[in-house]
Design a protein around this ligand. Structure first.
Ligand code: GLN
Length: 205
């Protein structure tokens, strides 16, 4: 994005501001991943978000993997439900984050934000196979993505306006809805930040 100063009649580039919800989960990995993805955008910042005032000026927000029941409880405690429901930037949600942005979740202990029209089943891979790595074809990426699944959810149904970006036999594992994106796996792990870049492009800033 460029801000033009009428006085100086010039344009200067302005960076992107991304927040990472820092209540629980793999916060540090998301901060590093977005810093890497924004390395070619001077003036960009990536900041942890714990309170309502931390949301000011954000173009995008990552909701990390972790434990969705815990993050849900802490969002309530910090008064974040209402501000996040009305958040105008894009949301990049991974794993537990995918559970939290859904409008329907199979576990009543999770109070979700209802930002993406989809039904999500938690811990959908069964107790024996809690983690795995899969080479995944994702719409919009030229080459497969090495996806790390850790006690992952799946999307069992999407509503209108939700684009399915990837699916595996167990269900849908990547979606886009307007400026929001959600993944059942962990794109912040593994050093491949193509999905972060795709998200940043979708913000239009
Ligand atoms: N199983 C966790 C949950 O539902 C998600 C796991 C993860 O984020 N890696 O909250």
């Amino acid at each position: 994005m460029f801000i033009c100063s009428a006085k100086k009649r010039c344009c200067r580039p302005v960076g992107v501001k991304v927040g990472v919800l820092a209540l629980q989960g793999d916060v540090a990995e998301h901060i590093l991943a977005f810093r890497e993805a924004l390395a070619d955008r001077p003036g960009s910042t990536v900041v942890p978000v714990r309170h309502v005032e931390d949301l000011v000026g954000l173009d995008g927000l990552a909701i990390p993997g972790g434990e969705s029941t815990t993050i849900s409880r802490l969002m309530g405690k910090n008064g974040l439900y209402e501000p996040l429901t009305g958040f105008e930037g894009g949301i990049f949600a991974t794993c537990a984050g995918m559970v939290l942005v859904a409008d329907r979740v199979d576990d009543p202990r999770v109070r979700s934000l209802g930002l993406i029209s989809m039904h999500v089943a938690r811990n959908a891979f069964g107790p024996q196979i809690n983690s795995r790595e899969t080479l995944l074809n994702i719409a919009g990426l030229a080459d497969p993505f090495r996806a790390v699944f850790i006690r992952a959810p799946v999307v069992t149904e999407v509503g209108p306006g939700v684009e399915v970006l990837a699916r595996i036999p167990e269900g849908i594992v990547a979606v886009r809805s307007g400026r929001h994106m959600a993944f059942a796996f962990h794109p912040e792990l593994g050093g491949d930040f193509r999905l972060h870049r795709m998200f940043l492009e979708g913000l239009g800033v």
